[in-house]
Design a protein around this ligand. Structure first.
Ligand code: UDP
Ligand code: UDP
Length: 434
């Protein structure tokens, strides 16, 4: 279907329905929600509203939201002004996006009900990070609530099963350590692949993750940005009841089709489009670690040395801070003038947003060195660009496993991830070249 999701679709009622979408913080969640909004509105003729939680954590989210409503005026905007939260006092050092989830989770019980009632919503689609609080509000208003899981079906199966795993550990009196987790009917997630935060039961993310995992059985349906061919076991197990009993219907709606809003086109300091156009076919290594995490300084330097040593052309999107608004460092400070000068004939390094979908579809691009955020994984799959996976944190090792198993790329499992000892990237990249 043009402008639509390419996977399963829930059966939509014959009468026009008003679907309210509730994304959470971060581009990794907002991007698939904008795709879903366009698929439902332009593709299926639904009346769609998108809740925008303000303030956003990053400027990339603000730009995406403005561009969506400008390009698709039929999609209605429902602003939700979040109650202030003293993050530095309550969650010192916490990831700003997890704090963003928390701010939304606290405001949803008060603010979502009036928004749904005022809009005359016939269904709510809530982001996974808000599931437990949003389902409760929708239920009180007798509005069906679907949960949209923006990551892989394998990760959804892990999430759905994780509370059962914890209960088992607790009953056996085995303390708080998280070992390997055998997700029934899907796979064994080794302890070293479990998202780092989940090893700490008091971490803000862990509390949200477990509450949301327990709430899945109370949703009216689960949407996941996955497709059967890429994760057949996980999709079948979720549907067949082997992961946890009592899950609602699971719809694999991925890979969601891209929506090119061209929001970066005007303010593009590095003309990466023109640069890509000038490169030979299938010659460029595209390097990006997503929208929400900066590499540690020594890893940035190692990656630079590796890209220099490998001798290939490359387009590298560098982030100097977790949130783009805080990212004031100059490229020369991060990488050194010498490196930038030495690679200027074959490498383009930028700190700006690039339209990744467009980059991956460009004929010059041959390889994607990726952190394996799930959107990046599905975009690589949709564009046929092989992935060299270097997962950094959260669900990315789970995703890297899916990507490797599906034949879409390779993951060198011994490469470190956040919190582990650093390895020398330059050695790894130059040994790959040999
Ligand atoms: N993205 C982009 N340009 C950038 C950085 C990211 O278009 O410069 C998009 C990318 O295509 C993906 C999303 O932002 O759709 C990032 O989501 P993902 O799940 O890959 O990673 P996360 O940023 O959540 O870690
Ligand atoms: N996630 C989840 N439950 C939550 C919050 C997040 O399952 O309560 C998922 C989220 O969709 C992603 C993973 O956990 O698959 C890591 O989330 P995070 O926001 O760190 O990563 P992102 O999606 O931004 O890459």
């Amino acid at each position: 279907l043009p402008n639509s999701c390419s996977g399963d679709c829930p059966v939509l009622p014959a009468t026009p329905s008003h679907i309210v979408l509730l994304p959470s913080a971060g581009m990794g969640h907002l991007v698939p929600f904008t795709r879903l909004a366009v698929a439902l509105s332009a593709g299926h003729g639904c009346d769609v509203s998108l809740v925008t939680a303000l303030p956003t954590v990053s400027s990339a989210e603000s730009r995406r939201i403005a561009a969506l409503f400008a390009a698709f005026p039929a999609i209605r905007r429902l602003d939700m002004r979040l109650a202030a939260l003293d993050a530095s006092a309550e969650f010192p050092g916490a990831d700003p996006f997890y704090v963003g989830y928390e701010a939304q989770r606290r405001s949803v019980p008060l603010l979502l009900g009036p928004l749904l009632a005022g809009a005359g919503a016939s269904a709510l689609v809530a982001d996974i990070a808000l599931a437990s609080v949003a389902i409760h509000v929708a239920r009180e208003l007798h509005v069906p609530c679907y949960v949209f899981f923006t990551a892989s079906a394998t990760m959804l199966s892990f999430k759905a099963y994780f509370p059962t795993y914890l209960d088992g550990q607790h009953a056996a009196g085995r303390g708080v350590g998280i070992g390997d987790v055998d997700v029934p009917g899907v796979c064994r997630i080794p302890s070293s692949t479990v998202p780092q935060a989940l090893h700490d039961p008091d971490n803000i993310f862990t509390r949200q993750f477990v509450a949301n995992g327990r709430a899945l059985v109370t949703a009216d349906g689960l949407l996941v940005n996955a497709f059967h061919a890429m994760e057949p076991e996980a999709v079948a197990a979720l549907r067949g009841g082997s992961v946890v009993a009592g899950l609602p219907p699971v719809f694999a709606v991925g890979p969601l089709m891209p929506v090119n809003l061209r929001e970066g086109a005007k303010a593009e300091p590095n003309n990466y489009r023109a640069w890509l156009d000038a490169q030979p076919e299938r010659s460029v290594v595209y390097v990006s670690f997503g929208s929400r995490k900066a590499l540690a300084m020594d890893q940035i330097r190692e990656l630079a040395a590796g890209l220099e040593a490998c001798g290939h052309r490359f387009l590298w999107v560098v982030k100097g801070a977790v949130v783009d608004r805080d990212d004031a460092a100059e490229l020369s400070q991060l990488l050194g003038e010498g490196f930038l000068r030495r690679v200027q004939d074959r490498g383009l390094v930028t700190k700006s947003w690039v339209e990744q979908e467009e980059v991956l579809r460009h004929p010059a691009v041959a390889l994607f060195v990726s952190h394996c955020g799930w959107n990046s994984g599905t975009e690589a799959a949709a564009s046929g660009v092989p992935v060299l996976a270097w997962p950094r944190f959260a669900d990315q090792r789970v995703n890297a496993r899916v990507v490797a198993r599906a034949g879409l790329g390779v993951w060198v499992e011994r490469w470190s991830w956040e919190g582990e000892g650093r390895r020398r990237w330059s050695e790894q990249m130059s040994s790959r070249r040999r």
